[in-house]
Ligand binder design. Structure first.
Ligand code: MRU
Length: 347
């Protein structure tokens, strides 16, 4: 299994996702500042991986700290936590991981115990993400049939997680069960996560994948080329509103119009049970990402571009949501809270 992130000899080691698929370059980060920069520059991306990377960002701060008191180390961790949560605002996992670590740091009385806790918790967040993805794969595979062609948008694969992937994990699991599955991947402008990353992951494993440009989605679905859609998510509200890569909403509209099931695969760490869709912060990125392609200007000088990184798919367009605890069906408000409660009492 492709391992996307680990702590090795005092550094967080991952793959620079901006360089794929041309070259596979290892990225080594020794400070939390370097982790934050890599996140802002999209070298590290994908909601679950951002959560794991944030945990390791705090682990680097704890590891390098020369503080002699718990209070001082907690102050350093708090500064790193603020820096991390300000890197990318939309995905839920990043803040979730930071909160999970930070809510326990003040209960320590000894600096070495605190350091060991932060390092250990970062590893646990990584390991749990892989386990969740394997479990999502197992539940999600029941929704796919032998012979299906599945459309996916962006990259919700191993590269977007600590390993195995969410949406691509479901496809992997179905194939491991012996089902013959073909994939249609959208290129996912402006940063081409589908063309560069999803196609890279699937071809590396000899999973049949056909690439389409984003504006071919409606045509492909109407022509009957797609049996099911499965995507990942960056934030899911208890109402079932799904925040995911820009373009997901358009895919959901075409799927609904042509009665193609639209599935979302995500761990419970992507769920936001406190917030509401009205207040979601959609990240707006630099317009140069749209105006340039691989460093070359593709629009006349003087033209401006919009660049929202995510959109919201309403619950009525979502057939089901696959989590590590099972498949959630509508009504999401009741069923997601029930699932969260049973998962809290189990842990
Ligand atoms: O901007 P990105 O590349 O971080 O966006 C990623 C996505 O939107 C993915 O679909 C989402 O994070 C799910 S990843 C398992």
């Amino acid at each position: 299994m492709l391992k996307t992130i680990e702590m090795k000899k005092g550094a967080v080691v991952t793959i620079d996702q901006t360089k794929l698929p041309s070259v596979r370059v290892e990225l080594r980060m020794r400070t939390c500042q370097e982790v934050c920069r890599a996140i802002r520059e999209m070298k590290i991306r994908g909601a679950p991986l951002l959560g794991v990377a944030a945990g390791y960002g705090l682990a680097l701060t704890a590891r390098r700290s020369r503080s002699k008191t718990v209070g001082r180390m907690v102050n350093e961790l708090e500064r790193s936590a603020i820096m991390l949560v300000n890197t990318r605002p939309t995905g839920a996992n990043l803040k979730w991981a930071v909160q999970r670590i930070m809510e326990k740091v003040s209960s320590y009385r000894d600096v070495e115990d605190l350091r060991a806790f932060v390092l250990g918790e970062a590893d646990r967040i990584r390991d749990e993400d892989i386990h969740s993805n394997l479990s999502i794969g197992k539940y999600g595979a029941t929704l796919l049939d032998d012979g299906d062609t599945v459309l996916t948008h962006c990259n919700a694969g191993a590269l977007a997680t600590a390993g195995y992937g969410t949406a691509l994990g479901v496809i992997r699991a179905a194939i491991q069960e012996g089902k013959r599955i073909k994939v249609i991947a959208t290129e996912t402008r402006p940063l081409l996560q589908g063309a560069r990353l999803t196609a890279y992951e699937l071809t590396s494993e000899h999973i049949p994948v056909t690439l389409i440009t984003d504006n071919m989605v409606g045509y492909s679905i109407k022509q009957g080329c797609v049996n099911k859609v499965i995507v990942g998510a960056d934030r899911i509200f208890s109402t079932g509103h799904v925040v995911n890569k820009i373009g997901t909403y358009t895919v959901s509209l075409a799927a609904k119009e042509h009665r193609v099931p639209f599935y979302v695969a995500a761990p419970l760490s992507t769920f936001d049970f406190m917030g509401s869709v009205e207040s979601v912060a959609i990240e707006n990125r630099r317009e140069e990402e749209v105006l340039f392609l691989e460093g070359r200007r593709i629009a006349p000088r003087g033209v401006h571009a919009l660049n929202p990184a995510f959109d919201v798919t309403p619950p009525e367009n979502v057939t089901a949501i696959v989590t590590e605890r099972g498949v959630l069906w509508p009504p999401y408000e009741t069923n997601s809270r029930r699932m969260a409660e049973s998962s809290n009492s189990a842990s």
